[in-house]
Structures are given as structure tokens and as C-alpha cells.
Design a protein around this ligand. Structure first.
Ligand code: TRP
Length: 366
């Protein structure tokens, strides 16, 4: 791991979240990189849809990595509230509150408006203008083939989401990225098709109107960060199995108590198999690394009961989340502060966005 990373827990987290093998080819031409070392010197950008509170899966799979990036690269983090409208346009009563909640969650975890640009998509109208131009040149077939769109149409039939805005979700995402000349986009695997589309749209745009007007983004793929939820499946809001960053200590302890451990370990002194145990996975993620080996060894030897093991991990998770929860509650209680952060972010982004639009309009001949 490169020494530029912050000391403390983030270093290890980055090492496990990303494939640490160094890419030898020049990453500029690659679609996907997995090594955070290749990020150095590039502008990083990622967006979050405001769809409710963040949970441990977000913290481990995404936010910890982005915290490490924030100290060594130019980082842009934004709330994609227009993207929220691609599915939830019917009831917008909670949207503003969801935006504040998300900003509070992100800042409570350590995304810092003094180190990163933190803004809201809908505060940057330039994004919408670029979206118009990109929509003109994006073939419908590209969007209809998008796996996320196909899956949504299958799964959420009751919601009226077969709209032009939903179909154009990746076009809007491309505008988000290119308007600020985002070069590296940290994403999970589910977002790779969107990033691939973004690259295709950029190539088509530049092919039509001029090389280098828009920058082709590369995905920084986070790998191996699967946090088990209370039912053993991947932690996810939609499965109802999540531990939220602002859960109180009692609910965290109670949720962890419900996790399923090794099904063959029935009695206290039965030997267990950490490799099949969700609670052990949680130890790997939230227990100090120097202690994890002992947890596994005691479990295998039959010297550790599941009840005690769960109580121990609960203490560690509660401890990890305590400062986040405290900070989040303070931020939520002070909406003025969040408003200031977003206003400041918009002020930073809009001149960059306006400059991109200048060259885009130039290229098109407007
Ligand atoms: N589609 C992303 C998600 O659901 C959110 C998003 C919107 C985004 N615009 C973006 C991510 C631009 C990266 C870059 O998680």
C-alpha cells in the first residue's frame, strides 16, 4: 500500500477493499482500475442517490475508500437528487429531508467540505444543459440494453418508472461526471454498465464534435467488500437486514444478536468454522486486526461461544459508530450548516461546469 494513505484504520481498509495488485499498463486507457494507487493526481468524482439512511455496507464498501481518496486527490462528492426522481418522482415530500440526511451521513463519516467539494446535483443547472446535448447523440438502443433498466422494469412493475428520464439515467450520470471533468469514478460492480455507457457516450460526442472536449472517465472498482446483513445476505436497505450508521447501541446489539452463525456449531464448546460465519465476517471488518486471529482460533478450538462472540462484535461496532452517530445528530439538528456546505459546493462547481459547457457549445457550434 502506498505511503500516501492516511495512517490508522483506513489504510487496511483500502488494502482489502481494492485489489492491491498494481496495474502496470497506463490506466488512462483502461475502462476499470482496481488499484487506488492509480488514482493519484486525477480528479475523483462520485454521486449518491438520496434514498434513505446509510448503513454499514455503505461505510465499508464505499465511504471508507472515499475517505482515503479525499486526502490525496481532488475529490467531488455530490447528492444525485435528480437521479432520485428517475424512480421516486410521484412522492417528493421526503426528498429535501433525504438530501439533508445523506449529507449528514457523509459528513458524519468524515467527508470533509474543506477537503472535498460536496454539492447537490440540482444546484448545478449546467448539468441539465449538458444532459440535453448528450441525450441528442445517445442511441436509444444503448439505453434499452442497460441491465439496470431492464431489471427495474422487471422488478418494479407497479411503479410507473418506464419514463424517458429513467431510460436516460446513464445519460444524466454521464453529464454529472463530464461536466466537472471527473476522471476516476469510484463505484461498485452494479455501476460498471453505467460507466461503460458513459465512456461510449463520451467517445461518440468527441467523435462528432471534437477530440478531447469531454474526458472519458474510468471506474475505480471496489471489490470484496460484502457486508453481511442480519439474515446473512448482502446488507441492503431493500432486504430490511441493515445496521444503520445512526442506529442506537441497543438496536445494534439486538441486530447482531440475530445473525446466523455456523449452523453446525450448536453447543457452546462445539468447534466452529469462522469461514462460514457472518459474525466472523463482521469481526474481520470491525474488530482490531490484531485481535481477529484470536477470535478465529478460539472459535475453531471450541473455546468461544456464539453469544459471547456476538456481544463482543456488538461492542466494537457500537464503538465504531458512536462518533458517527453523535456527529450526524449534531448535523441534523443544524440544517443551516448543511445548507452552507451545499451552497459552498455549488459555488465551487459551477464555474468548472460553465467552462465545460463553453467548450461543449463551441464544439457543437452553438
Ligand atoms: N448511479 C449512482 C448510484 O446509484 C449514483 C450516481 C449518479 C453517480 N450520478 C453519478 C455515481 C455519477 C457516480 C458518478 O449509486
Amino acid at each position: 500500500m502506498s505511503e500516501v494513505h492516511k495512517s490508522g484504520s483506513h489504510v487496511q481498509v483500502v488494502a482489502t477493499m481494492f485489489d492491491v495488485e498494481r496495474d502496470t499498463a497506463r490506466p488512462r486507457n483502461k475502462a476499470v482500475i482496481t488499484s487506488p494507487q492509480d488514482v493519484a493526481g486525477r480528479r475523483v468524482l462520485t454521486g449518491y442517490r438520496p434514498t434513505g439512511r446509510l448503513h454499514l455496507g455503505h461505510l465499508v464498501g464505499n465511504i471508507r475508500n472515499n475517505l482515503a481518496l479525499q486526502t490525496e486527490s481532488e475529490t467531488f462528492f455530490f447528492v444525485a437528487d435528480w437521479h432520485a426522481l428517475t424512480t421516486a418522482y410521484e412522492d417528493t415530500s421526503e426528498l429535501a429531508a433525504d438530501v439533508r440526511e445523506l449529507v449528514a451521513d457523509l459528513m458524519a463519516c468524515g467527508l470533509d467540505p474543506d477537503e472535498s467539494v460536496i454539492y447537490r446535483q440540482s444546484d448545478v443547472p449546467e448539468v441539465a444543459e449538458l444532459f440535453v446535448y448528450l441525450s441528442m447523440i445517445t442511441p436509444l438502443g444503448w439505453l434499452e440494453r442497460n441491465p439496470t433498466h431492464k431489471e427495474q422494469l422487471r422488478e418494479l412493475e407497479t411503479r410507473h418508472i418506464n419514463t424517458s428520464g429513467n431510460l436516460a439515467y446513464p445519460v444524466l450520470q454521464t453529464a454529472d461526471i463530464t461536466i466537472v471533468e471527473g476522471e476516476v469514478v469510484p463505484v461498485g460492480e452494479d455501476q460498471l454498465p453505467h460507466l461503460e455507457l458513459a465512456r461510449e457516450i463520451v467517445r461518440r460526442f468527441n467523435g462528432l464534435y471534437g477530440d478531447g472536449i469531454l474526458i472519458e472517465p474510468i471506474a475505480l472498482l471496489s471489490v470484496g467488500a460484502r457486508v453481511p446483513g442480519t439474515d446473512g445476505r448482502k446488507m441492503s436497505k431493500s432486504y430490511g437486514n441493515a445496521i444503520y450508521l445512526d442506529d442506537d447501541p441497543d438496536s445494534i446489539t439486538e441486530k447482531l444478536r440475530k445473525y446466523v452463525t455456523d449452523p453446525l456449531k450448536i453447543r457452546l464448546h462445539d468447534p466452529g468454522r469462522p469461514e462460514v460465519c457472518s459474525i466472523f465476517t463482521m469481526h474481520e471488518l470491525f474488530t482490531p486486526p490484531s485481535e481477529v486471529g484470536a477470535v478465529a482460533a478460539e472459535c475453531r478450538a471450541g473455546d468461544r461461544g456464539c453469544v459471547a462472540c456476538k456481544a463482543e462484535i456488538a461492542v466494537n461496532v457500537v464503538e465504531e459508530l458512536a462518533p458517527i452517530r453523535k456527529r450526524k445528530l449534531e448535523l441534523i439538528a443544524d440544517p443551516g450548516q448543511i445548507g452552507d456546505v451545499l451552497a459552498h459546493g455549488a459555488k465551487c462547481v459551477r464555474p468548472i461546469a460553465a467552462a465545460t459547457l463553453d467548450s461543449v457549445r463551441d464544439g457543437i457550434g452553438l
